[in-house]
Design a binder for this molecule. Structure first.
Ligand code: SF4
Ligand code: SF4
Length: 323
């Protein structure tokens, strides 16, 4: 009798291995074409909601079917890892705010290492496994795959929400040529709630489940290149200098947030309480040193300085003697 694990045993053991590696949860989907999401993505792109992220139009066929990314792909294994550490940002408008996910070390580096370890585990226990690791690094619709795998639902703010873990987590995937037992999606629990739509300062959630990147502070402060932010958004972005967490902060499901087990996501010194004036004076050397191994590097010093400049104008307009 073979001692090879059955598909169901292997799938269960894989999820246990993922949790042992430090992921909060792991779910499985069959690698296939994303038929419904394909038309939704095309419509979103046609409306220009991706703003200047032209790369989102590239590799469309790969983005909607992982079998075009990995030859012989049979399964997509999705994982989530919490980045929530119980520190609260100040509401002082003269302090620059950085999105919670970027307080510590760059998740790409941390997650990839763990996912390669999971792939190695699968290779050893499935009698061979070929595949690829994805962390925001290729045309993969990570939230869609995680939702298909039952790890949560995509909320009206378009982030994935888990009943057990809220939404302060990263998502990663393996696409593998191993047959595994797929999980079932969970129900959408947004119900009649509209807190994220009501709280978004720029009305970037143009309708439930649709975010227009042209209006989103997160997109504009991270991905947008150039010396200026669009004025009608810039004067509403408050003191955010990298990203924006407002729609997740107001989401009632984040009362189920899970504290991260990963110390590399702890806030680096100064990231929660540095004033805008100090941020504005950062030299290239200081920026490179301070944000070594940080996702903030993505916006480069020019982008950060631009964001700080607008945040300073917003802070001045909020000052008690502002006219
Ligand atoms: S990240 Fe900020 S700007 Fe973007 S949709 Fe959420 S609340 Fe609105
Ligand atoms: S704030 Fe409400 S509507 Fe928005 S994602 Fe959370 S539960 Fe859904």
């Amino acid at each position: 009798m073979s001692d090879r694990l059955s598909t169901s045993e292997l799938s269960k053991a894989l999820k246990n291995a993922a949790v042992k590696l430090g992921f909060e949860a792991c779910g499985i989907s069959t690698a296939t074409e994303l038929t419904n999401e394909k038309s939704r993505l095309q419509e979103w792109l046609n409306r220009g909601n991706h703003a200047s992220m032209g790369w989102m139009e590239n590799h469309f066929e790969k983005r909607v079917d992982p079998r075009n990314l990995v030859e012989g792909a049979k399964s997509v294994v999705s994982v989530i890892q919490s980045y929530y550490h119980p520190f609260e940002p100040t509401d002082n408008p003269s302090i620059g705010r950085v999105s919670r996910y970027a307080w510590g070390d760059d998740y790409h580096l941390v997650m990839k290492k763990k996912l390669f370890a999971l792939l190695e585990w699968l290779n050893e226990n499935a009698g061979g496994a070929n595949g690829r690791v994805f962390v925001d690094s290729a045309p993969m619709m990570d939230k869609v795959w995680a939702a298909k795998a039952g790890l949560g639902w995509i909320g009206k703010h378009t982030n994935l929400i888990s009943e057990q873990h809220g939404s302060w987590f990263f998502i990663g995937e393996l696409v593998v040529d191993v047959e595994l037992d797929p999980d079932q999606p969970v129900l959408d629990h947004c119900g009649s709630c509209t807190r994220c739509l009501d709280a978004c300062p720029t009305n970037a959630i143009t309708e439930p489940y649709v975010v227009d990147a042209n209006l989103c502070i997160s997109y504009l402060t991270i991905e947008h290149r150039g010396p200026d932010l669009p004025q009608d958004v810039a004067d509403k972005h408050g003191n955010w200098i990298f990203g924006c967490d407002i729609c997740q902060e107001v989401c009632p499901w984040n009362k189920f947030k899970t504290e991260s087990q990963e110390s590399r996501y702890l806030p680096r010194e100064g990231v929660l309480d540095t004033d805008l004036q100090t941020w504005s004076e950062l030299s290239q050397e200081e920026f490179s040193e301070y944000f070594r191994q940080s996702a903030v590097k993505r916006t480069k010093l020019d982008g950060l300085t631009r964001n700080v400049h607008y945040a300073q104008m917003n802070a001045r307009s909020k000052a008690p003697d502002a006219t």
